[in-house]
Structure formats: C-alpha cells, structure tokens
Design a protein around this ligand. Sequence first.
Ligand code: MN
Length: 211
Amino acid sequence: MTVQFKLPDLPYDAGALEPHISRTTMETHHGKHHAAYIKNMNAMLAERADAPNSLEDVVRLAAREGQKKLFNNAAQSWNHAFFWQSLSPEAQSPSGDLKSAIEKSFGSLDAFTEEAKTKAVGHFASGWLWLVSDKNGAVRLTDLHDADTPITDVSLTPLLVCDLWEHAYYLDYKNERPRFVDAFLSKLANWRFADVQYRAARSGGGWSFPA
Ligand code: MN
C-alpha cells in the first residue's frame, strides 16, 4: 500500500484570525502552499514501497537518508499543520507550569517576548521560530532555516511555531515582518495548545499529524 497523506483542515475558519491574518492569506497559505507540499510529498512517497505510516517517521527517515527533496516537502507538510495549531482566534498568554518554565529560562515573560522578536526578526530569509521543551521541561527558542523542524531531534518537543517565510505575512504586512511577529506574539499564539504540548514533553506523546 502506498502511504498518502491528506491536507488537514484548518482548526478554525480561514477568516477567524482577521484582522491579524487575512482570509486571503490563510486561504493561499493553507490551500495553495501547504497543499502543494503535501501533493509533492505524496508523489514522492508513491515511488517507494517502504514509506512509514506516520508523517513524523517520514520526516525522520528522509532526514536520516539525506533525501533533501522528500525531507523539505514532508517537513513543510508537518510544520504547517503544527503552525495552524499554534494560532488561535482568541488572544492568550502563557499560564501555569509553562509560564514558570518560560520565566526560569528567560528571566520573565517580557524577556521571552523580546528574545522571540529578536530571533524572528533577525532570522535571515525563510524559516521558522520554534519554542521547544526538552524532556526535563526546560524551554528555549530556536530559529530554523527553510523546512527544518525540531521533530528530527527526539529529545525535543515543539510547543509553538511561527512561520517566518514571506508567504506567511507578505499579503498582509508586505516587508514588515516585525509587525507580523508582534501580532503572532501578542494576539495569535495558542498558549493553551503550547501548554498541552508542554505536559507531553515530560510525559511523552504530544500532537501528531492526522493519519
Ligand atoms: Mn508557510
């Protein structure tokens, strides 16, 4: 059986993030960019009989084998599905154990926000800003290039991600990445999702791409 993956639905209406991200951006980003990564990956998977059934394992296999084209399309398929989960129509802030972990790693929530802005704005060209946790519950920010994803490192659990590719913000913000990053951090970040991921970082599991 050839393994094939479906484009997951957005977890909210495409217009739900307005005015911070327009319906047009969401429809293009999800319906064109994300859909193309999945289509390209499925075409490559159709060529091989030994593809794993989970997208996480496809990403790790492609990374191990140095199959760059498969890796790029599989990782982008995964990263975007995780990005949709990382956004919420309702403004939130970190709470509970995750808030404490952020304060421990960064000094304060404000210091975390400043470092996130600096890393996201300073990231050269395309990529992603990830908040990750290790298995002991220590959190940190890491900006990765192009399709790179923390799921190739099984000691890390991603908590949240912000897409830094221009296609994520150019229709709404043109070249003003700092304004998009501000909106992500102050209005859009899904801290309830991050909290579920944070608990999973220590107990195992966490969000996985729908099979
Ligand atoms: Mn994107």
